[in-house]
Design a protein around this ligand. Structure first.
Ligand code: NAP
Length: 321
């Protein structure tokens, strides 16, 4: 029997044209969602654009989504949605990617770079460059206080891995939380308390109007002398000038940065040459095509079959995440 593509619901795959194609993700989505006709937005005939009620988006543009007049739901392949919210027409529901594999990959990166700071690797690398043979005392893992800023899907997974490793972990979120093995703080007072008790602060906040530049001069001053920062959330949540000033005056010891205000990080940015900064090219938690495809497929399938939206992954436009 010849398969009739017209019988299957049309689901656009929407990715900004200037980003180029993503054949691995598209292939994984097609494998996971074989019962729909998954078509790249630019390949859809104009007279079929009104068929789509749901789309899978991988960094879409506003004009691409505006061309779909009956869209009701978009499933994003990304966990961070600040760039997606303005592109999605009002009234269209947005689900971010909540993928346990992504959380595990991110938690592994948090553990790796926390250990890097905990075991003084930046200091020994500096010493090696000066041929200096100097031993420093090892701090016990139970005496190393790590603070996770943002206890969502990624922050919670990271916190649990750090707890399993023996670190003294606390976390901070907007709403109160209770997570076994760590102290949880919330609200303004909770933020100051978390910073003051954290030798290493790990940022896993989304970028919203409330979190922009939240990690600035005041926050760094509230951290203990010699503390360090890991930023795996978004560049916009860190005030770059304040961070460089805190590193330069020695109040902070080191920063591991994976996300930046402008990406790729411009070649003349002071972070590149700063002795107390490790620059990573946004690699701590990449979308895993095969598992993300299965999660996106399940959410799209449920929506097409029942009209239900994926509760735990829905984005609140007012909150901004
Ligand atoms: P999520 O589940 O939405 O969690 C966000 C967390 O931040 C929640 O705990 C939330 O508090 C907290 N939060 C948000 N605004 C706050 C505020 N104003 N004050 C205090 N807490 C606030 O997000 P996720 O899936 O964990 O992802 C977190 C971020 O990681 C993404 O938004 C993205 O920017 C970044 N990310 C980076 C990479 C990378 O490769 N570097 C990869 C993926 C994602 P509540 O729990 O109270 O809501």
């Amino acid at each position: 029997m010849v398969e009739n593509a017209q019988m299957r619901p049309l689901v656009p795959f929407v990715r900004r044209v200037d980003e180029g194609p993503h054949p691995a993700l598209l292939a994984a989505l097609r494998r996971a969602l074989s019962e729909v006709e998954l078509v790249e937005h630019g390949e859809i005939a104009v007279d079929r654009l009104a068929e789509a009620t749901v789309a899978i988006v991988d960094g879409p543009s506003a004009d691409q989504l505006e061309s779909l007049p009956n869209l009701r739901f978009v499933q994003s392949t990304w966990a961070g949605v600040e760039a997606i919210i303005p592109a999605v027409p009002e009234g269209v529901a947005i689900a971010r990617m909540v993928d346990p594999q992504l959380a595990a990959t991110m938690a592994e990166a948090v553990l790796a770079w926390t250990l890097y700071l905990h075991r003084d690797m930046p200091r020994y690398a500096r010493q090696q460059r000066g041929a200096e043979w100097v031993e420093h005392p090892v701090v016990r893992v139970t005496d190393r206080r790590v603070g996770i800023v943002g206890l969502g899907a990624l922050g919670t997974a990271a916190a649990k891995v750090l707890v399993r490793h023996g670190f003294d972990v606390a976390g901070w979120s907007r709403s109160p939380k209770a997570i076994e093995g760590l102290q949880c703080f919330d609200g303004d007072a909770g933020f100051a308390t978390l910073l003051a008790r954290s030798d290493i602060v790990v940022n896993l906040l989304p970028h919203t109007t409330a979190t922009a530049n939240l990690l600035g001069a005041e926050a760094f001053a509230a951290m203990p002398f010699g503390g360090s920062l890991i930023n795996f959330g978004r560049g916009q949540t860190v005030d770059d000038d304040a961070l460089i000033a805190a590193l330069d005056r020695g109040h902070l010891d080191h920063a591991v940065l994976d996300v930046f205000d402008i990406e790729p990080l411009p070649s003349d940015h002071p972070y590149w040459d700063h002795a107390s900064v490790t620059v990573l090219p946004h690699i701590s938690g990449p979308t895993s095509a095969d598992t993300a495809a299965i999660i996106a497929a399940d959410n799209v399938r449920r929506f097409l079959d029942t009209g239900e939206l994926p509760d735990g992954a829905l984005v609140d436009r007012v909150r901004g995440y």
